[in-house]
Ligand binder design. Structure first.
Ligand SMILES: [Zn+2]
Length: 64
């Protein structure tokens, strides 16, 4: 497995870099429900960059 959990103390600080809203956890991703954006989490490192975010299309997101 390449996915690792984000440490709780780190996760607690994370917000959407675009709207500063709360993020929802999904396996391998963090979701901004307000904007329907998906931020990838790679090896426990969240890629919270709006330019890298993808449109959220439900939990069965296809990854490239
Ligand atoms: Zn947002």
């Amino acid at each position: 497995m390449t996915s690792r959990a984000i440490p709780n103390r780190v996760r607690a600080l994370l917000v959407c870099p675009s709207c500063r809203g709360e993020l929802r956890d999904e396996p391998g991703a963090l979701i901004c429900d307000a904007e329907q954006l998906t931020y990838a989490v790679v090896d426990g490192v969240p890629h919270l960059v709006k330019e890298l975010a993808k449109r959220y299309r439900g939990s069965k997101s296809g990854r490239a």
